[in-house]
Ligand binder design. Structure first.
Ligand SMILES: *Cc1c(COP(=O)(O)O)cnc(C)c1O
Length: 639
């Protein structure tokens, strides 16, 4: 195995945990580059990210770029459906599985179309949570065997659209989130003479653990209490629509970290279903919502960015859990519906960008040689640099250096030392801290105040992207996303750093990474080289992140490259489609500007300079073109 500097790709694997979060799709290759195997049923098809980057460059597409692997989407759809089918067979479960993809997780047309296509053999359907999403789903989910499930708050138009969908032969289930929606639905259904298919969302007593715990429990925003569910059933019965009640729905939150909350919610849901059945309401479907988590940090734990189970265990708990309760209660096994979005989409896309610079913790420092009559504060701190190698009480050195630096600041304010002397003290102080940091790496015990040194001494790698556009959840809810270099993983990464973006916002940074023992505030990366781009990937961005980004600082949507694996191709892939990201004009128009008249205003100013003889006409034309081209250009750094 190739090694550089006593470092192998296995060491990189331990550091970045690619296999742990990669779900069989991502791995580090022998050459130190990141590889993707987009179709696990064809492991000969291995794509080197370096080749992807090279092709993107060749096509003249600017970074940052979103790369979508359509095969991964297809594979996740197949995996979820096949897992349910296999488990249903194994459990001798009498109902079927009819999953739906909730489009809010990623509404990109190409994504939804691919999911619908890959799901066709399984009659995999779609879920909508708003009017705009319903309009989308009506146009895309044309399979009359699959389900259309409608959640979220609804108005008259929404109900009419739902009934139209039903009339067109689509199995359209309207899930009631609050009682008044039922009254509205029944009224419109009676007017139109269409018998609705009704679901009820139950407010569960069990809460999911993790960031979305408030989706469950009695204070949940959505759903009916047990007595409201009974009232709803009776309301339908009184109007001769008892058999319209088809589905029981619950969703206790996204990214469920602990399998116990899945088990508990299935148990609770199965009990409600059984009781309704015994009351004479013969529901056909139980919809267990979303929540199937992703192991973003590769720790397989109940960390917020992880989960302590896998897809098979999740499915087994649903199928076996439902069967057990139904058998005990002697009611038929319902058709199972689930609404996994995150698990279907998270792996399929990533953001690729370059590191464009390094911001060192404490600049370069100045010459510190002793001079005649230097101030005692400078001599004192210099002495520490001389004894540190032989001294064994690091804490004493750390404390003394910190104290001298503090005193120096005070002395400077009182005009006792000069600016240059202060700079010397600062330089020497950081030299000492670098040494302390090196020494404590091998120490058995590190006092608390010294533990922050690694972070304080770490660099910041400046990356050509916006956290607000490409990693919204990292900013909003501290979501951890795996970050890895795409190359050089057979080299020892010697730079500890955090990542900052190019927005003018100090929140525009990533400082939570996969660490050796849990989560770390620094990431080990490779030193930048003068003549070589350093590309990194931000992974598992396909769920939510992809569509929730905003235009902070007017950084717009990214260029997108859609990739299909292809065995016959020498690089095992081809770019099927390029979707251009936002131009400056695009983002300005959204903000109500008129780029054309802006260009005219600037041109007028240039013309005026020409008229005054302050600019040559030839030069003026160049500047005018330049401004106009920038308006048409990409919003990110051109590197
Ligand atoms: C958001 C949402 C989902 C998707 O959940 P995931 O955890 O992403 O699978 C499913 N159902 C409902 C009702 C939702 O609101």
């Amino acid at each position: 195995m190739a090694t550089t500097n006593n470092w192998s790709v296995n060491d990189s694997e331990n550091l970045y945990r690619v296999k742990r979060w990669g779900e069989g799709y991502f791995e580090i290759g022998e050459n130190g580059n990141l590889f993707v195997t987009p179709d696990p049923t064809n492991t000969d098809m291995r794509i080197d990210f370096k080749a992807v980057v090279d092709e993107i460059k060749e096509e003249g597409i600017q970074f940052p770029v979103v790369v979508r692997f359509h095969d991964i989407l297809r594979s996740q759809v197949a995996k979820l459906n096949q897992t349910f089918r296999a488990t249903i067979e194994e459990a001798e479960y009498q109902g079927q599985y009819m999953g739906v993809y909730p489009i809010k997780v990623n509404q990109m047309r190409e994504v939804v179309e691919e999911i619908v296509d890959a799901g066709a053999p399984f009659n995999y359907g779609l879920e909508a949570g708003s009017k705009a999403e319903l309009l989308t789903v009506m146009a895309l989910n044309t399979n009359t065997e699959s389900l259309t499930v409608l959640n979220g708050y609804k108005d008259q138009e929404f109900m009419r659209l739902a009934l139209l969908s039903l009339k067109l032969g689509r199995k359209t289930l309207v899930v009631i989130e609050k009682f008044s929606e039922l009254v509205l639905l029944v009224k419109i259904a009676e007017e139109l003479g269409i018998k609705p298919l009704v679901g009820v969302r139950s407010k569960m007593t069990v809460k999911g653990r993790g960031k979305w715990a408030s989706s469950g429990g009695e204070r949940a925003k959505f759903g009916l209490t047990i007595s409201e569910i009974i009232n709803a059933a009776r309301y339908l019965e009184e109007r001769g629509m008892a058999d319209s009640l088809k589905l029981l729905h619950f969703h206790i939150g996204s990214q469920l970290t602990d399998i116990r909350s899945v088990k508990e919610s299935i148990n609770e849901g199965a009990m409600i279903y059984s009781e309704l059945h015994k009351m004479g309401f013969k529901l056909e479907y139980v919809d267990v919502g979303g929540g199937l988590g992703i192991d973003y940090d590769g720790s397989q734990s109940t960390n917020d960015s992880s989960r302590n189970y896998n897809m098979s265990e999740y499915v087994a708990d649903i199928v076996f859990g439902m069967k057990q309760v139904c058998d005990l209660e002697k009611v038929p096994h319902p058709t199972l519906v689930s609404e996994s979005g995150r698990a279907i989409t998270a792996h399929h896309s990533c953001v690729i960008t370059q590191v464009v610079g390094e911001i060192k913790a404490h600049g370069k420092g100045i010459q510190t040689e002793a001079v005649a009559d230097e101030h005692v504060l400078v001599s004192n701190i210099r002495e520490l640099t001389e004894i540190i190698d032989s001294h064994n009480n690091l804490q004493e050195i750390f404390n003394d250096a910190s104290q001298f630096k503090e005193q120096a600041l005070g002395a400077f304010k009182l005009r006792v030392i000069s600016l240059e002397e202060l700079a010397k003290i600062e330089t020497l102080y950081w030299q000492i801290m670098e040494k302390v940091q090196l020494k404590i790496q091998t120490a058995e015990f590190v006092p608390e105040e010294m533990q922050e040194l690694a972070y304080n001494l770490s660099s910041q790698y400046l990356c050509n992207f916006s956290v607000f556009q490409s990693a919204a959840d990292t900013w909003a809810i501290d979501q951890l996303l795996p970050v890895v270099p795409l190359t050089r993983m057979n080299e020892r990464p010697t730079v500890n750093c955090s990542l900052v973006d190019i927005t003018c916002d100090s929140d525009g940074k990533l400082d939570q990474f996969i660490g050796e023992n849990g989560i770390s505030d620094v990431l080990s990366m490779h030193p930048l080289k003068a003549n070589e781009d350093y590309f990194i990937g931000l992974f598992l961005t396909g769920a939510y992140q992809d569509v929730m980004g905003d235009m902070h600082n007017l950084f717009g949507r990214l260029n997108e490259v859609h990739i299909f694996g292809h065995d016959d191709d020498p690089a095992d892939f081809y770019i099927e489609e390029v979707v251009n990201g936002s131009s400056v004009e695009d983002v300005l128009s959204i903000m109500q500007y008129h780029p054309k008249s802006m260009a005219q205003t600037v041109k007028k100013a240039i013309d005026a300079h020409i008229a005054k003889g302050e600019m040559k006409p030839r030069e003026g034309v160049k500047w005018t073109d330049f401004y106009e081209n920038c308006l048409k250009g990409y919003t990110y750094l051109k590197v």
